[in-house]
Design a protein. Structure first.
Length: 250
């Protein structure tokens, strides 16, 4: 069996980031067409962001600040928003011939003070053994300290990669890589990250934008697993083993 690959489909690709709750079906189809030739021969896990389906709801109910009975309704509202997006992503992937099945983080994950402590590893192993492509996403999950919290796709990826032994991690975004001062940064490490202007997110993102993404990937790099951040139209190149965009490494 080939080595496990984990793909992140950015929320800014699968949704229209400046239009709350609007799913970008044409770009999801473009991604699915690139994944389909590899899905039958390469063990894959797909994680997608929430984009404009979930971030606004989580912010409105202040989920990142913790959940009590006063704002518990936000769990349902936020989860419904991301679940609707996930249903649409799954439908497009399956139309392309990919044996994709949803695995909701709300149902399989648990956090402690905002960090994952479990994430359905046994379920994912069983799915992969049957040739299924598990599809997870950014979601609200129960938290032993905060009541509930938001777990981003960018946090899910390192957690799964380390525990499942993934060797290739690819993040498809709406840009060609990580930009600093107008140019793509070829490599990011702990040695040079402080010198890179990671900027901020221009849309509603309660998970930290590009800086939050890089922080999570550097944790992954600490465990010796490299990640690539690249433009969505380079996904097939990444799956073919080519280096694309920005490499995050130890």
């Amino acid at each position: 069996m080939n080595e496990l690959v984990i793909i992140k489909l950015g929320g800014s690709i699968v949704t229209k980031k400046f239009e709350n709750g609007v799913i970008d079906y044409s770009r999801i189809r473009m991604l699915a067409e690139q994944i389909a030739p590899y899905a039958g021969s390469t063990p894959l896990i797909i994680v997608h962001g929430a984009g404009s389906c979930g971030h606004p709801e989580a912010k409105a109910y202040d989920i990142p600040g913790g959940v009590t009975k006063e704002n518990a309704e936000g769990i349902y509202v936020t989860h419904e928003a991301v679940s609707g997006l996930n249903h649409s992503v799954i439908a497009v992937l399956r139309e392309a011939g990919i044996e994709a099945v949803s695995l909701s983080p709300f149902g399989c994950c648990l956090a402690e003070n905002g960090r994952l402590v479990s994430a359905g590893i046994s379920q994912i192993k069983a799915m992969l053994a049957l040739g299924i492509v598990p599809v997870l996403h950014g979601d609200v999950v129960m938290d032993t300290k905060r009541g509930a919290c938001i777990i981003s796709g960018d946090q899910i990826i390192p957690y799964l990669a380390v525990r499942l032994g993934a060797k290739r991690i690819g993040l498809a975004t709406d840009v060609g890589g990580v930009f600093s001062n107008g140019e793509i940064v070829p490599e990011i490490t702990r040695k040079n990250v402080a010198d890179i202007n990671l900027g901020g997110s221009s849309n509603t993102d309660i998970t930290g934008g590009m800086r939050g993404k890089i922080n999570e990937l550097l944790l992954l790099a600490d465990d010796g697993i490299d990640s690539h951040i690249f433009a969505a139209n380079r996904l097939a190149d990444f799956l073919a083993g080519k280096n694309c965009g920005t490499l995050v490494k130890k």
